[in-house]
Design a protein around this ligand. Structure first.
Ligand SMILES: Cc1cc2nc3c(=O)[nH]c(=O)nc-3n(C[C@H](O)[C@H](O)[C@H](O)COP(=O)(O)O)c2cc1C
Ligand code: SF4
Length: 446
């Protein structure tokens, strides 16, 4: 393990926990026992004291979410775990659960108790077969041993759609429909809501539940003993693209910089070219090497013009064309837009068309200006954050790499330009430190 790493959620030796007894030998189950010895309000107070911020992307304080749903007057409440992991460049939840599926269920059992929920659901993509298998067998073991209440946590197998990870889309899918984000957030209108029973639902990312287990097991002060004031605890980072050692690395949040992650832990550039740009998924602005000294926490990366998001870092070296990257990202967002909101659906598609013209040498300055104009309105009266991602990401790339865009407009694009594959991560090979990607044919540039 590199000295910059700090394994709290991942097994120290990275060996998967293969049975419940492996887990209990390492203190598994203690957190839930401790939670049950406290009042639900005190459990939430511990999470608040720890200042746990959700690891699904937005960094929302977990205690506010748990407390908010707990205080809703509706007696029927639910907990949902978001195991969609559809963000390009992110693999940490799948990696974590292959190593240890048990702490997710323990964290969810704690949340059920703290919130006063009737039951809980894990929403996971059906195509994540090894992780689905791990979850089913771990839940069986834990239920048989009485470590989690029997029948309290259901597993919902969802579609391979980006919006399955949007929390209102996730709840729609659990309710048996296509994951089109509903209008009202799940903490107000949740799973299986009825006119007289809104069933508020608390949705959290896989890692957020696992961090909650650490807090209840060791206490809030221990949790905060690593990490920064902005983002206490560890954060599980995925690094993919043009680095020597792509992989998933758990580090103390805010105490390691992006530069240390890329050069020291992930081994630096994979080839002879220096780094050019880093994207944290497709939800924030681009970060260039002058800003690589930024600490890895929510606040610092935001100040640097990027964002921590779900800590999935897509790394490009100097041989990558940023016009093409903008096109591939925009095309992904446009193809993922569900069409319920016209400004999003049309706007993301139009921006993609303009980027295509520019990338293929038929663009003009008017097209660039049109992209900025549409970015300003594609978010009007929309149901979810997807078009906001487009409106942050694409203008950020154009502004940062204006010279490269100018070259394309002048017809001077590199004729040897390499093809960039949208980094939707499929599998990780630990021996070779390499990811395979989803079939790019799923997002054709038609
Ligand atoms: C288009 C879109 C896709 C998302 N995909 C995921 C995802 O795959 N996993 C996830 O945990 N959160 C995802 N989110 C964020 C969720 O909506 C939600 O904020 C998160 O699950 C809350 O968990 P947390 O508070 O523990 O971070 C996505 C959001 C958007 C707008
Ligand atoms: S904003 Fe876009 S992706 Fe989100 S619900 Fe509306 S159309 Fe669908």
């Amino acid at each position: 393990m590199h000295p910059f790493e700090c394994r709290r959620l991942l097994p120290t030796d990275l060996k998967p926990l293969n049975s419940l007894s492996d887990y209990t030998a390492q203190g598994g189950g203690l957190a839930y026992k401790r939670a049950l010895s406290m009042s639900p309000a005190d459990v939430i107070a511990q999470i608040k004291k720890a200042n746990l911020r959700g690891r699904g992307g937005a960094g929302f304080p977990t205690a506010i979410k748990w407390g908010g749903v707990r205080n809703e007057p509706c007696p029927t409440k639910y907990v949902a775990c978001n195991f969609s992991e559809g963000e390009p460049g992110t693999y940490k939840d799948r990696y974590n659960i292959l190593k240890n599926p048990y702490h997710l269920f323990e964290g969810m059992a704690i949340a059920i108790y703290a919130i006063g929920a009737k039951e809980a659901y894990v929403g996971i993509k059906k195509k994540y077969k090894p992780q689905v298998h791990r979850l089913f067998s771990a839940r069986k073991e834990m239920e048989e041993a009485g470590v989690v209440p029997k029948g309290s946590i259901k597993i919902h197998l969802g579609p391979d759609e980006y919006l399955f990870g949007e929390e209102k889309g996730l709840i729609e899918s659990i309710d048996g429909r296509y994951p089109m984000p509903r209008n009202i957030p799940p903490f107000i209108q949740g799973i299986n809501f009825q006119p007289n029973s809104p069933n508020p639902t608390c949705v959290n990312n896989v890692e957020s539940f696992c961090q909650a287990v650490y807090i209840l097991r060791k206490g809030a002060d221990d949790f905060k003993s690593v990490g920064s004031e902005d983002t206490p605890g560890t954060v599980m980072c995925t690094v993919c693209g043009d680095v020597k050692r792509p992989g998933v690395y758990e580090v103390p949040a805010g105490k390691v910089t992006l530069k240390q992650l890329l050069y020291e832990i992930a081994g630096g550039p994979a080839d002879k070219f220096p780094f050019k740009a880093v994207f944290s998924g497709v939800a924030s602005g681009v970060v260039t090497p002058e800003r690589f000294d930024t600490p890895l926490d929510f606040g610092s990366l935001k100040k640097a013009g990027g964002g921590l998001g779900s800590a999935g870092f897509i790394v490009y070296d100097d041989s990558a064309c940023m016009v093409q990257a903008a096109l591939k990202f925009s095309n992904f967002l446009a193809k993922s837009s569900c069409g319920q909101c016209v400004p999003c659906n049309r706007g993301t598609a139009q921006i993609t068309e303009y980027l295509k013209k520019i990338e293929f040498g038929q663009g003009s300055q008017d097209d660039v200006e049109a992209i900025f104009e549409i970015s300003g309105r594609c978010t009007n009266q929309t149901r979810c954050f997807l078009p906001t991602q487009e409106s942050i990401l694409i203008p950020s790339i154009i502004k940062t790499f204006s010279a490269e865009f100018k070259r394309h407009l002048e017809g001077n694009k590199d004729s040897q330009e390499r093809d960039l594959v949208l980094p939707k991560l499929h599998e990780y090979n630990e021996d070779t430190c390499s990811f395979t990607y989803d079939d790019p044919a799923k997002f054709p540039l038609d």
